[in-house]
Design a binder for this molecule. Structure first.
Ligand code: SIN
Length: 513
């Protein structure tokens, strides 16, 4: 597509083609907006890979207050209660919005949503589509809706690399296309770029999700929150494929159990067993593996004969790996899955930098606390997209003058992956974190393809070093005590670099952090 960027001056720019970005654009319409996507829409967004679905209190035995209480319990005391309340109360209407936009959710013969159960939910409240193809179906519907909305200009094959900031306000987006750099002059930018799985060897996310949105915001001076909280999904298919194929928690919701090579259900002593919060199950699985066991998911009895029909995507991944779930145990292990932390935002998605909003996994609203409740994230993306769009529409465009056209290389997280995979796993300790920080600091200061992923890794590492306690998904072997008062954390790139420099000059003085 040829494009005269001058025609686009002043339009709000939405960066990211997953559910958060698409919904923000759709809620903004008929106000014109520009949507930038690295890949063809629908091709490479982690939203499209979501199996579990969207959590909302739609069942007759359910209500938002129960959804809220499960969210707060899973979040281990760190959730922002007000944010969580507003989001879960808005969830049922958001599902209806998706259905109106054409998402074909699984329904009962009477036409009601067919609701699934996932870990740490006290009720069946997961809306899904095609069994385990929820993200794919929602993306199909939203991509079609966006493509038929004339107000939305979609530019594919483009990657945002820097935000221009003048006098503390956003004034534009510098992006790479195959033909070279391009600058979009705008005072309103929404970052909706997804997560950080590409920074780890073992992740369920697309490899290209390596924290680009966090880097954009951090280099523009934004405050980031709760970065140390990274969710590991306990049941991914243990094999050579990367990204790791996910085996949805919904399978355990339908009765599958976790066993070791002797057939023992080693989680039977854990409160909630296989349906305990994800951080607890992931740690128990890792501990059992460290003790020399192999770990499997057993679906033979439950869901049993209906497994392949209920979970066709997972059945197909098993088939490709030569596993027949009807007769074989499925080898599993935990892998990075979701980032609870992100760019600090209020409920209108406003960041600390005027003119910059964030939505979806890249943002930190406070909903997820220290451990996200399953299937709350797509719900959050849809609910918050509406509030972000309302806020963007109500803000005048005040920017758009500076024009920079430097080419910045495509981010490459290769040198960062081993550092985060070793230091920032299911369990951490001070020595491993300091080692990661020491290696990440020089990488983050270079001006090459690794420097943005390294800067993101460094901020996460310093946030994890600073939290000398255990809480939710952040478990410090050297500080195993549970936080007495859970407080959210904040960090900027400058603060992380300064802390890492002090650490490098005075390695024993962790208190400098
Ligand atoms: C799953 O299906 O287990 C994943 C759902 C989620 O991560 O929310």
């Amino acid at each position: 597509m040829s494009m005269d960027v001058r025609d686009l001056t002043g339009l709000p720019v939405i960066i990211g083609g997953g559910i958060a970005g698409l919904m923000t654009a759709l809620y903004l319409a008929p106000e014109p907006a520009l949507l930038l996507s690295r890949s063809p829409l629908g091709a490479d967004a982690s939203s499209g890979w979501a199996q579990g679905g969207l959590a909302a209190s739609l069942g007759e035995d359910d209500e938002p207050a129960l959804h809220l209480s499960d969210t707060l319990a899973a979040g281990d005391g760190l959730c922002d209660t007000q944010a969580a309340r507003r989001i879960v109360y808005a969830a049922p209407a958001a599902i209806e919005d998706l259905a109106r936009l054409g998402a074909r959710f699984d329904r009962t013969p009477a036409g009601a949503f067919r609701l699934g159960l996932e870990a740490a939910h006290g009720r069946r409240r997961i809306v899904h589509a095609g069994g385990d193809g929820s993200g794919r179906e929602v993306m199909r519907a939203l991509v079609a809706a966006v493509r038929s909305t004339p107000a939305i200009t979609v530019v594919e094959g483009i990657e945002a690399r820097r935000l221009a900031v003048q006098d503390g306000r956003v004034t534009g987006v510098l992006a790479n296309r195959s033909t070279g750099p391009v600058f979009f002059a705008t005072g309103r930018v929404v970052v909706a770029t997804g997560g950080i799985g590409g920074l780890f060897h073992d992740s369920t996310n697309p490899l290209g999700s390596c924290g680009q949105g966090l880097a954009l915001a951090a280099r523009a001076g934004a405050v980031l929150a709760d970065l140390e909280f990274i969710q590991f999904h306990p049941t991914t298919l243990d094999g050579p494929d990367r990204p790791m194929p996910l085996i949805s928690e919904a399978v355990r919701g339908e009765g599958a159990v976790i066993v070791d090579e002797t057939g023992r259900r080693f989680l039977d002593g854990v409160r909630g067993a296989e349906l305990a919060p994800r951080d607890i199950v992931a740690r128990a699985v890792c501990k059992h593996v460290a003790e020399g066991h192999r770990v499997f998911l057993d679906v033979r009895e439950r869901p049993g004969a209906t497994f392949a029909r209920q979970f066709p995507t997972i059945a197909s991944a098993c088939g490709k790996a030569g596993i027949d779930p009807a007769s074989d145990l499925i080898p599993i292990r935990p892998a990075q899955h979701y980032h609870m932390g992100g760019i600090a935002v209020d409920l209108a998605g406003r960041t600390s930098v005027p003119g910059l909003w964030a939505c979806g996994e890249v943002a930190s609203t406070g909903l997820h606390g220290a451990n996200r409740l399953a299937s709350n994230s797509l719900t959050e993306a849809v609910v918050c997209a509406r509030w972000v769009a309302e806020s963007v529409a109500a803000s005048p465009d005040c920017g758009g003058k500076r024009d920079i056209t430097t080419y910045l290389p495509v981010p490459d997280p290769t040198p960062v992956r081993p550092l985060l995979s070793r230091g920032l796993g299911v369990t951490r300790d001070g020595e491993g974190l300091k080692e990661a920080a020491r290696a990440l600091l020089p990488l983050s200061q270079r001006h090459d393809a690794a420097s943005d992923p390294a800067a993101v890794g460094l901020m996460i590492t310093i946030a994890a070093l600073r939290r000398r306690e255990s809480l939710g998904a952040h478990f410090r072997m050297d500080f195993p005590h549970h936080a007495t008062v859970a407080r959210r954390s904040e960090i900027t790139l400058d603060a992380a670099v300064a802390a890492a420099r002090e650490l490098a000059s005075c390695p024993t003085l962790e208190s400098v952090l």
